[in-house]
Design a protein around this ligand. Structure first.
Ligand code: FES
Ligand SMILES: [Fe+2]
Length: 363
């Protein structure tokens, strides 16, 4: 990594507190990047659907008769009533207002008395589709019709993740743990993306499985890839068969800009983070835990509880203090600690992240 010749200062406080910047991010950044929608197991059968919100827009994913998963804006093309809410299964999509019906592919099928309308052409009316990708069972959408595919945004990640979690296609969510934080989403994402704070704030970090001096985070396209060597694998709280596959004893994570991360613990244990902005100074962080076919697992439950009680809890205190500090009249953004050799005590990952943040807010 090339180190800058001059000091790189952290972002101005207004990026984390100004409602106008937040609005710009919602309409620009979040509408032009790949956003996590849900997991394929939520829409396994023909006609299964679920609705969700991205960048203030209501959307829904639905499985077609052809097996294809599509995402549409959740709005009827007649007079704009919302089409679905929550999740469910349907044969055709029926608008609750005047009963116009749509095929699962989005095309208008019928509507009461439409034949009476001179010049009406059913073929011209279709729900507005949104770019959708399924990434190892995880559904991502991008509101930008011109968006580059995820493999361009996040080069190599699909292959690496497949190698780290050989059974990834059989995984289903076991639980999603919601954590509310009183901070701007960027404060939380930055905190996730550096380990300069770890030695002091995560007591289990220095003595646990991760070998702190080898921890590093490097940009890989618009992914921030965390790597580390492991130690003390015999002291893990769950059994690991190190012979099972090439990455059975490894830890790694892939943060996909701007608001999702795949994380793999030794034993090929996949877990995820996704961030959802709930306001200028609040966000929700969701921790996801998965097992084969989503079957109950005492080991995974215990991991989820332990994670919530330690790392997550420790990080909440940090990010909420930072958010309060960003309102201080005495704050002058300090230089990032960018070590040309990178490593655990360097904030080169924050330098990359804040560059993307600037572009996202100033675009
Ligand atoms: S708004 Fe949907 S049928 Fe009228
Ligand atoms: Fe942390």
């Amino acid at each position: 990594m090339n180190a800058p010749d001059t000091l790189v200062r952290s972002l101005d406080a207004r990026y984390y507190t100004d409602p106008a910047i937040y609005q710009k991010e919602q309409q620009g950044l979040f509408a032009k990047t790949w956003q996590f929608a849900g997991h394929e197991s939520q829409v396994e059968r023909t006609g299964d659907y679920f609705s969700f919100e991205i960048a203030g827009q209501s959307l829904f994913c639905i499985r077609g008769r052809d097996g294809v998963l599509r995402t549409f804006y959740n709005v009827c093309q007649h007079r704009a009533h919302e089409l679905v809410s929550g999740s469910g299964n349907c044969k055709v999509i029926v608008c609750p207002y005047h009963a116009w019906t749509y095929e699962l592919t989005g095309g208008l099928r019928a509507g009461p008395n439409l034949k009476a309308v001179a010049g009406f052409s059913r073929q011209d009316i279709c729900l507005t589709e949104v770019k959708t990708e399924v990434f190892w069972g995880f559904i991502f959408v991008n509101l930008d019709p011109q968006a580059e595919p995820m493999d361009s945004w996040f080069p190599g990640v699909r292959e690496e993740l497949g190698a780290f979690v050989p059974h990834i296609e059989q995984l289903k969510p076991l639980e999603w743990v919601q954590v509310s934080e009183k901070c701007n989403w960027k404060v939380s994402v930055e905190n996730y993306s550096e380990c300069y704070h770890c030695a002091l704030n995560h007591p289990t970090f220095a003595t646990g499985v991760v070998k702190p001096e080898t921890y590093d985070i490097r940009p890989q396209g618009h992914c921030l890839r965390h790597t580390t060597e492991c130690q003390n694998l015999d002291r893990m709280s769950y059994p690991i068969d190190l012979e099972a596959n090439a990455h059975a004893g490894d830890y790694s994570s892939w943060f996909l800009w701007p608001a999702f991360s795949f994380q793999v613990y030794p034993g090929n244990v996949l877990n995820t983070y996704h961030w959802r902005s709930t306001g200028v100074e609040t966000c929700d962080v969701w921790r996801g835990w998965y097992t084969i076919d989503g079957v109950d697992s005492e080991v995974i439950h215990r991991l989820a509880v332990q994670d919530r009680a330690t790392t997550v809890e420790e990080d909440i205190l940090l990010v909420e203090s930072v958010q309060r500090g960003l309102h201080s009249r005495g704050y002058r953004p300090g230089p990032l600690v960018v070590d040309p050799k990178c490593g655990v005590n360097s904030e080169h990952s924050i330098m990359a992240l804040q560059q993307w943040m600037r572009e996202g807010a100033d675009a």
